[in-house]
Design a binder for this molecule. Structure first.
Ligand code: GLU
Length: 462
């Protein structure tokens, strides 16, 4: 038993594709089956290597591992030709040399008569030896199948076209290759976007013409933008990898996309193991789901709070590289991440908050400095320098006692100490608890940065 994800490398791996991949992956995990990644690259003009790379990188980032693949259709041309020859031999396919102009006129006339456009079968009995090759679709009867998501579907053969299975340059088309592959790769359940549902009856006829058993099908509804229109760039990132760049945890994105059109009671937050345990194709909602950025951010934040520190760190690595953060140059990263997780909106936010612990800075944010580095705050910073120097055990509690002592001796509120202190150690004033931050920055660097702040104030006042 196997399932598969079969993207065409003609664009980015987008969020809709990722959701189809997730459903197929979950089905395989749940059924102890194998999961196949197949790259459908027979459209030579539109397929690109960068798109293949983006698919592979996206699958890897999401942790959607495959047991077989990536298998490239472009490596299987011989096999497709073998099947096309067999169909010709069995008189289940025929050559057609109808000029495009004729097909266009026919199409326009059919549309004018409000008929469904389809080839009229003109070349069926001509016994031609060249041109495109068309599948001889049965004329009578109908095709029925029971889709896991859409339910019972029934289409009359009279509505189906004699579809082209081999182009004039001899290259096989999607409907042929997908059937050959799903048969050869023993795919038990074909899970794909519902934009393919009209292809399925034609494909079923192809399976029957070859005498092959027919897989099960699940056609997954589209993801729409928040305004109900087709998801596009203006609704947010289309390329899956830009969600990584924006600071999402991969399992948070999986959690979000599984909830788009699939539910388990009122539960919102799922671990990957829970998804595997609870997922059922039959509970996928049959109506299109709308993308909602706020919900995605909320789910991401929830996972940041609860994800194991070591998993957070491995997902932060990419962001650390972007910010040139070298975690060996500072405090224990486990402690830093643990201190930051509750107030981090995303991994980007968290990585930015890590900068102060690992990277030195030469300047203070000027807007913040105008506000918090005043003549009065210089006195506080001098107090801090003197008293912090004396701390022998550099803990957040002891740092807190120093802060408190200064507030009391100068009879000022915590903000009057905390704000200049925070700006001095962070450079930009953005940090959580100043005591914990100073502890993590370390004694030496904290004292050095306070000195820098004092010099800064002296300079502007000189
Ligand atoms: N290659 C097709 C696509 O990317 C999917 C085909 C299928 O899953 O059957 O839309």
């Amino acid at each position: 038993m196997k399932s598969r994800f079969a993207p065409s490398p003609t664009g980015f791996l987008h969020i809709g594709g990722a959701r189809t991949a997730l459903f197929a992956w979950l089905w395989a995990k749940k059924n102890n089956s194998k999961f196949v990644l197949r790259i459908e690259d027979t459209d030579k003009e539109r397929s690109t290597q960068s798109s293949v790379d983006a698919i592979l990188e996206g699958m890897d980032w999401l942790g959607l591992d495959y047991d077989e693949g990536p298998i490239y259709q472009s490596d299987r041309t011989e096999r497709y030709n073998e099947v096309i020859s067999e169909l010709l031999t069995k008189s289940k396919a025929y050559y057609c040399d109808c000029p495009i102009e004729r097909l266009e006129v026919m199409r326009e006339e059919q549309i004018a008569k409000k008929e469904k456009p389809k080839y009229d079968g003109c070349c069926r009995n001509k016994g031609l030896k060249n041109g495109v090759i068309r599948f001889l679709n049965p004329i009578d009867g109908d095709v029925s199948f029971n889709d896991y998501v859409k339910g019972e579907i029934n289409i009359s053969n009279s509505e189906l076209d004699d579809l082209i299975i081999s182009r004039s340059d001899g290259s096989p088309t999607y409907n042929l290759t997908v059937v050959v592959d799903d048969h050869d790769m023993q795919i038990e359940c074909v899970i794909r976007g519902d934009d393919h549902i009209n292809n399925t009856p034609k494909q079923i006829n192809l399976y029957e013409a070859m005498g092959w058993s027919i897989p099960k099908f699940a056609h997954v509804p589209m993801i729409l933008g928040s305004d109900g229109s087709r998801l596009s760039k203006r609704h947010g990132a289309l390329n899956l990898l830009s969600y990584r760049d924006e600071g999402l945890l991969p399992h948070a994105l999986l959690n979000y996309i599984i909830r788009l059109g699939w539910s388990h009671g009122d539960q919102e937050i799922f671990s990957v193991d829970e998804m595997i345990q609870l997922f059922e194709l039959s509970s996928i909602n049959n109506s299109p789901a709308s993308f909602n950025q706020e919900k995605l951010d909320w789910i991401n934040q929830s996972h940041i709070k609860t994800t194991e520190v070591k998993v957070l760190i491995s997902n932060l690595k990419w962001h650390f590289d972007q910010l040139n953060i070298e975690i060996n140059n500072g405090p224990n990263i486990n402690e830093v991440v643990d201190a930051l997780r509750d107030r981090s909106k995303s991994l980007v936010d968290m990585a930015q908050s890590c900068v102060m612990f690992y990277n030195d800075f030469k300047e203070f944010d000027s807007i913040q400095a105008d506000k918090f580095f005043t003549k009065e705050s210089k006195l506080v910073l001098v107090d801090l320098l003197i008293n912090l120097k004396d701390i022998s055990s550099w803990t957040a509690e002891n740092i807190h006692s120093v802060n408190k002592g200064i507030c009391e001796s100068r009879d000022i509120g915590f903000g009057k100490v905390g704000q200049p202190f925070r700006l001095a150690i962070s450079g930009d004033g953005k940090s959580g608890s100043v005591d914990i931050s100073a502890q993590l920055v370390g004694k030496e660097k904290t004292l050095h940065r306070i000195k820098m702040a004092i010099d800064y104030i002296d300079n502007i006042n000189s």
